[in-house]
Design a protein around this ligand. Structure first.
Ligand SMILES: [Zn+2]
Ligand SMILES: [Zn+2]
Length: 459
């Protein structure tokens, strides 16, 4: 008879339990996303970016102007204070202020990019930063050429600690895009989507500026073969813009980007872009199944858009922290922090605080496409509490008195952009939604007329 060594047996079971348990528990990591600093070096002096006459120059900025250095610095200090030990940082461009080309040059723009690069390195030391260009970073404004140029050369020199692979350096010098694999094996594709922006007059007639689409498809196909997880980041996002009812991109580029994203959605863990200055998201679907989410981070600059016919919303500076599973890439949560600009200026001390915690405050399980799709569906119902919160957080917690109203037509546009990234399906969605609301209005008018007729008849 074989004697059972109970002690050994229990020990083995414990080891197996620990191994299988560790397979069940997510290996959680964090990354920062910071975007659209728009540093105005002339604040309090020439006020080159300011959209209105500013008499009160708060130390941390003004809603009508781009960010003074004190705000740029304070944003990065806040990132460091809230979460110093992140796996990496996404920095999605537009570091240069909003002003005319006559006030800028390659030297000035390169100087601004260098200043912010140095600040991130100084505060975060060896934490990798995956940086991309914004449309305002080029001189002349937004005119990114689909070929090598002085800004790509100088910026690569600045970002050499973050772009080390020789092949990727070549891609960057050719088109301002590159790929990096994180310490935990996530492949980051850092795009230069400014090449697809409708303001770029050099690329609109091309099929594949700087060969970026071909490169992107090759890497995504490789990722499928190697079973890699891919995070895509860049500045100008694909999809539809609810305030314009069109895409930021030339239509053929938006269509192509969307095709690629859907085709390789199995390996794409998330899309992170900037440019809109608003807190927003879009869900890609394939045969009505949600497959990928795109997150648009709000800007550091509080700058308000203003042209003769339209004034943009005021908003507070923001930074975003994302929690993800290092093994699967699944996005677990997202915390957005904001600076209360008037309070910071009044007290002379930066007032940063948590604005909202996505899973807790939207009551969702995680940030997976499925969860974000459910959230978007809940938002589409009338009097949705989630939509009211989204609308407040979209412009980053400005005081209620400064909030713009979002009526039925506005809401139809917003909700349709959550689900529809292509022009044709977006247009059809808006038409249907507006049709519904005008039908509702017509019904209400009919009821009202009936009531009045009744009253007139029986009184
Ligand atoms: Zn911007
Ligand atoms: Zn931009």
């Amino acid at each position: 008879m074989v004697a059972i060594n109970w002690f050994r047996c229990v020990g083995l079971c414990c080891v197996l339990l620990v191994i299988s348990w560790s397979g069940c528990v997510a290996d959680e990591g964090w990354f920062w996303h910071v975007t659209d600093f728009h540093y105005d070096f002339s604040y309090t002096d020439l006020d080159l970016s300011c959209n209105d006459d500013v008499t009160n120059h708060g130390e941390y900025g003004n809603y009508w102007c781009d960010a003074p250095w004190r705000l740029v610095e304070s944003s990065v200090e806040a990132m460091k204070r809230f979460k110093p030990d992140v796996d990496f940082i996404l920095w999605t461009g537009d570091s240069v202020l909003h002003t005319g080309d006559e006030h800028l040059s390659i030297d000035i723009n390169d100087g601004i990019l260098s200043n912010i690069t140095n600040l991130l390195v100084e505060k975060f030391k060896s934490t990798p930063v995956y940086a991309t260009f914004g449309n305002h970073d080029y001189y002349p404004d937004a005119q990114f050429p689909p070929s090598n140029n002085e800004l790509y050369n100088r910026t690569l020199e600045n970002w050499l600690t973050w772009i080390t692979d020789e092949g990727e350096k070549e891609n960057f010098l050719k088109g301002g895009y590159y790929s990096v694999v994180t310490a935990h094996g996530i492949r980051v594709l850092a795009l230069n989507t400014n090449l697809y922006y409708t303001s770029d007059k050099l690329t609109g007639n091309l099929i594949d500026p700087a060969g970026q689409f071909a490169w992107l498809e090759t890497l995504l196909a490789d990722a499928v073969t190697r079973k890699e997880k891919v995070l895509i980041t860049g500045h100008v996002p694909p999809g539809m813009v609810d305030t314009m009812s069109k895409s930021w991109m030339y239509d053929h580029f938006n269509t192509k980007m969307n095709e690629i994203i859907r085709k390789y959605s199995d390996v794409i863990i998330g899309l992170h872009f900037g440019h809109e200055h608003m807190d927003n998201f879009r869900v890609y679907t394939k045969s009505d199944t949600p497959v990928v989410t795109m997150f648009l981070a709000p800007s550091v600059t509080p700058w308000r858009y203003k042209i003769p016919s339209k004034t943009g919303a005021a908003h507070n500076p923001a930074i975003r922290l994302v929690q993800y599973d290092r093994q699967t890439g699944r996005h677990l949560n997202m915390i957005t922090y904001y600076m209360d600009l008037p309070a910071s200026n009044a007290q002379g001390i930066p007032q940063w605080a948590e604005e909202y915690n996505a899973t807790r405050d939207y009551n969702i399980d995680d940030l997976s496409p499925n969860s974000m799709n459910k959230l978007a569906l809940r938002m589409s119902s009338s009097n949705s509490l989630e939509f009211n919160n989204y609308w407040k957080w979209r412009v980053v917690n400005v005081q209620d008195a400064m909030m713009e109203e979002c009526g039925e037509a506005c809401k139809a546009n917003v909700v349709c952009q959550f689900h529809h990234v292509d022009q044709s399906t977006y247009d059809a969605c808006v038409l249907k939604a507006v049709g519904k609301s005008s039908c509702l209005l017509q019904s209400l008018v009919t009821v009202l007329i009936s009531v009045l007729t009744c009253l007139a008849t029986y009184t």
